[in-house]
Structure formats: structure tokens, C-alpha cells
Design a protein around this ligand. Structure first.
Ligand code: UDP
Length: 237
């Protein structure tokens, strides 16, 4: 089967790694994700991954934590490295070659982020996981995903979530909510649909990087997206 994309950036949320727990990592979710990622590497797709950190720490809530925003954000970035290491182990356990690159230097556990080196790893068939977000406070991992996708010239950013696409309203609250098969960037803005935060969304729009939002938690869906089935929602220009 021929893949629809040559190179993808997969954005995984940290929160989904919790599975049914309230915190931390669920090894079943990690192995499911690893299996799904392995399947698409076997099609010859080059895979880069940005992973969130919300299952461990989110920097936003200064009033609640008493930790100033920038400090908390760095803690959030460290959380994404922990998740990256967990996913790296999950992938290597089933024979997928990987590299972890961090936007914050921590040489004992990850390579520093070097764009050209990341591209070289991808060309050699290694899965590259980008940790520590953008390396800057006041950003999100969605922004890191968009930025890295553009830098490595990925064909698309695949945003794996718990829902199977973008809806006209919250499907968990409104049973009249309608799912979009495809939608333009401009329509997302006019309909006030939150696909990603504004910084991430604008980066994709300005660089004509399509986004596909899909359900990562149903095994096999990633493979269906990559082989061109109409699952999830495509956002493009
Ligand atoms: N973060 C940051 N800069 C970045 C990426 C992440 O400061 O470039 C911090 C921020 O505090 C964020 C946390 O890391 O809340 C975890 O990332 P995110 O909330 O995007 O994870 P997800 O929602 O995907 O679990």
C-alpha cells in the first residue's frame, strides 16, 4: 500500500498518555502508540514526533501553583522530555530506531535539536522525537509541532487527539454537532473553531502546512490516515 505522505509530523498530547489515570504515563497507551507508529514506518513514511507534557506538568497556572509562569513553562518542557523518553523506549522495545532531540540541552539523555541532523535521521528511517517543545516559555507543544513540521518540510501535521476530528460544536455536549471532513483555515477562524492555539494555527496557515486532526486512541487509525482514507478532519488552505 502506498502512503499518501512522504514525511509527517505527528503531534501527540501529553494528556492522552495518562490513559484512564489522572496523572503520568499509562504503559498500555505507550505501547499502542508505538505499534501504530511502527506500522506507518513500515510503509516507508518518515516520522517526526512532538509530544506534549500536560499529563505531568503544565506551566499556565501561576495563581494556583505560586510558581511564576516562565519557570512553570520550563517545568512543562521538561515533562515533554520525560514523555519523549517513554515513547522512545516503547518504540525501541518493538524494534523501531529512534532519536530524541531536545530543544533544551541535556546531552546525557538527548541530542540537542539540530535541524539538519534531524532531517538526516529521518532520511535514514529513524523516528525523530522532538522534546522540550520550542525551548521557550509562553509557547505550547502545538506550536512546537507546527514549527518543527515547517522546519523539516513535513507534508502535513497529524494531530492525534481523543476525538475523531473537528466538529461544529463540542460532540460530548451537543448531539447536533457535525463533523467536518475538510475545512479551510479561513473557515476555522470565521466559525471560531479551536484546532490549535492561535500561534500554532497561524504558523500552519502562513506556511500552507495542512493539519489533519484524527483519533489516535483507536488502534490503526494513524495507518488509515497515512494511507489516504478519509478519516479525521483535514484543515488546509
Ligand atoms: N511549554 C512551553 N514551551 C513550549 C512547549 C511547551 O513553555 O514550546 C510548556 C507549557 O508550560 C505547556 C507545557 O510545556 O503547558 C506542556 O505542553 P502542552 O501543554 O502543550 O502539552 P499537551 O497539552 O499537549 O499535553
Amino acid at each position: 500500500m502506498l502512503p499518501r505522505f512522504k514525511r509527517i509530523l505527528l503531534k501527540l498530547s501529553g494528556e492522552s498518555l495518562m490513559g484512564d489515570n489522572n496523572f503520568g504515563l499509562d504503559s498500555r497507551v505507550i505501547s499502542q502508540y508505538a505499534q501504530d507508529i511502527k506500522l506507518i514506518t513500515e510503509l516507508g513514511v518518515q516520522v517526526a514526533i512532538v509530544i506534549g507534557g500536560g499529563n505531568i506538568y503544565r506551566g499556565m497556572n501561576e495563581a494556583e501553583t505560586g510558581i511564576e509562569r516562565a519557570q512553570g513553562d520550563y517545568m512543562g518542557m521538561l515533562a515533554t522530555v520525560i514523555n519523549g523518553m517513554a515513547l522512545q523506549s516503547g518504540l525501541e522495545r518493538i524494534g523501531v530506531y529512534t532519536r530524541l532531540q531536545s530543544a533544551i540541552k541535556m546531552e546525557q539523555i538527548a541530542e540537542p535539536y539540530i535541524r539538519r541532523r534531524a532531517i538526516r535521521h529521518l532520511e535514514k528511517g529513524r523516528v525523530v522525537i522532538f522534546g522540550a517543545g520550542t525551548g521557550n516559555p509562553y509557547f505550547t507543544t502545538d506550536t512546537a509541532g507546527s514549527l518543527r513540521a515547517i522546519e523539516i518540510k513535513a507534508d502535513v501535521i497529524l494531530k492525534g487527539t481523543r476525538v475523531d476530528g473537528i466538529y461544529s460544536a463540542d460532540p460530548e455536549k451537543d448531539n447536533l454537532a457535525k463533523k467536518f471532513e475538510s475545512i479551510t483555515f479561513a473557515e476555522c477562524i470565521s466559525k471560531n473553531l479551536k484546532v490549535m492555539d492561535m500561534t500554532a494555527f497561524t504558523l500552519c496557515m502562513e506556511n500552507q502546512l495542512p493539519i489533519i486532526v484524527f483519533d489516535m486512541n483507536t488502534p490503526g487509525t494513524l495507518h488509515r490516515v497515512v494511507t489516504g482514507e478519509k478519516v479525521g478532519t483535514l484543515v488546509s488552505g
